[in-house]
Design a protein around this ligand. Structure first.
Ligand SMILES: Nc1nc2c(ncn2[C@@H]2O[C@H](COP(=O)(O)OP(=O)(O)OP(=O)(O)O)[C@@H](O)[C@H]2O)c(=O)[nH]1
Length: 211
């Protein structure tokens, strides 16, 4: 979506700019865990595979403005492809996640980026705000060198790169905020009236399943 303004109609409440943030990457790299850490500051070692798509909201302040990050957590497993791709449309920014302990998940970043750009149908694919996340840096068995991840980011238009741990709460917030911060200002805010739908800004941390 183009960034949209949220706020209870007639309440005089301050508007919050809505940004749709999509998280992509192989199954098991920690997408749900990153979302859960960022929104609820929780980590579940028994996290289950996502089926389809879920989203959570978090209100943040950026440059003295209020933003509602609507974070869409997608299923990484190939068999759920047709369930996740319809939700790419309208994304304002995207986190491409791999596990630093899983080389294949790093190799698959190219496929994830391509899939996203194909289905999201964004106006300016060359400059779309992607942030690359190497998760699980608390794990000792590293398979992907930081230099290689940085080189991939450079070769893909100079994308920002963060190494995170959802488990130990390392750099998770920074990665999400960096993605939000890269959304071009010209995208919004658009005066959209959400008064007749669920006021997403008032349901932070509530997990909503889209299937
Ligand atoms: N050590 C460690 N484990 C993590 C971290 N993040 C996630 N995990 C674990 O990795 C497993 C997969 O995490 P999920 O968050 O379910 O992964 P996902 O990418 O959402 O997986 P799909 O839903 O299948 O796409 C779970 O057992 C998590 O507890 C991390 O930063 N460090």
């Amino acid at each position: 979506m183009a960034a949209a303004a949220l706020g209870a109609a007639g309440s005089g409440a301050a508007k919050s700019v809505l940004l749709k943030v999509v998280i992509l990457g192989d199954g098991g790299v920690g997408k749900s865990s990153l979302m859960n850490r960022f929104v609820n500051n929780e980590f579940d070692a028994q996290s289950f595979h996502t089926i389809g798509v879920e989203f959570l909201n978090k209100v943040v302040a950026l440059n003295n403005e209020s933003y509602t990050l609507q974070i869409w957590d997608t299923a990484g497993q190939e068999r759920f492809k047709s369930l996740r791709t319809p939700f790419y449309r309208g994304a304002d920014c995207c986190l491409l996640v791999f596990g630093i302990d899983d080389e294949q998940s790093f190799r698959n970043l190219t496929m994830w980026k391509k899939e996203f750009l194909y289905y999201a149908d964004v106006a300016d694919p060359e400059h779309f705000p992607f942030v690359v996340v190497g998760n699980k840096i608390d794990v000792r068995a590293r398979q992907v060198r930081s230099e290689d991840a940085e080189a991939w980011c450079k070769a893909n238009g100079g994308l920002a790169y963060f190494e995170t741990s959802a488990k130990e709460a390392i750099k998770v917030e920074q990665a999400f905020l960096a993605a939000a911060q890269q959304v071009p200002k010209s995208d919004g805010p658009v005066a959209t009236d959400y008064s007749n739908s669920v006021n997403l800004a008032e349901t932070p941390g509530k997990r909503t399943c889209c299937l």
